[in-house]
Design a protein. Structure first.
Lengths: 109, 114
């Protein structure tokens, strides 16, 4: 089983739609979780950390389910500018942060 | 906002040559990383570095690779005897502490091996 797994997509949604991405991780001892966004040929940029109780930042909501080793990201009211690849990142081992393959989102007018 | 700075932005080298990629971490950050991303593929962990030594490395990070922080500011990745398959984007990332802080990435160095 891969350390961090994501559906690669692409997810094609119209503007205004709600879209959800999922991520699973294999190491039950993992402690820290993040969602990053990557635009084409650019560096990953932090979207949000994921906390045990779930957290929200504007249109973005992240959830963590430790029992199922599952993380989710919900984007409400999608904008054209949300088109990007969304990367799930999990800290495994001693300070090692592992990326999923990423899920590509395409928001159309 | 403080940034991680990487140089050069693009490096072209011939197969078999050595390259050194440079990174200037954010000043109060203590944990340093190198990742690579082959075009169209995932971001892959190479190595983490703390207190002037490697803390973890991946299977990719073999004897061809080395890291150091020679002058207390620059954090470098050296690739000896480059191969065609080393062509990728190399990202430096740093974190301030060992808690739950996220990675801060530099803009990356695009390495092209011909």
């Amino acid at each position: 089983r891969k350390e961090v797994e994501q559906d690669p997509g692409p997810f094609n949604v119209p503007e205004g739609a709600t879209v959800a991405f999922n991520c699973t991780y294999s190491n039950s001892a993992s402690q820290s979780f993040f969602w990053y966004r990557q635009d084409c040929r650019k560096e990953p940029k932090l979207l949000m950390s994921v906390y045990s109780s779930g957290n929200e930042d504007g249109r973005f909501t992240a959830q963590l389910n430790r029992a199922s080793q599952y993380i989710s990201l919900l984007i409400r009211d999608s904008k054209l500018s949300d088109s990007a690849t969304y990367l799930c990142v999990v800290m495994t081992g001693f300070q090692k942060l592992v990326f999923g393959t990423g899920t590509r989102l395409l928001v159309s007018p | 906002e403080p940034e991680v700075t990487q140089t050069p932005s693009h490096q072209v080298t011939q197969m078999g040559q050595e390259v050194i990629l440079r990174c200037v971490p954010i000043s109060n950050h203590l944990y340093f990383y190198w990742y690579r991303q082959i075009l169209g593929q995932k971001v892959e962990f190479l190595v983490s570095f703390y207190n002037n030594e490697i803390s973890e490395k991946s299977e990719i990070f073999d004897d061809q690779f080395s890291v150091e922080r020679p002058d207390g500011s620059n954090f470098t990745l050296k690739i000896r005897s480059t191969k065609l398959e080393d062509s990728a984007m190399y990202f430096c990332a740093t974190r301030p502490d060992r808690g739950n802080s996220p990675l801060h990435f530099g803009n990356g160095t695009r390495l092209t091996v011909t």
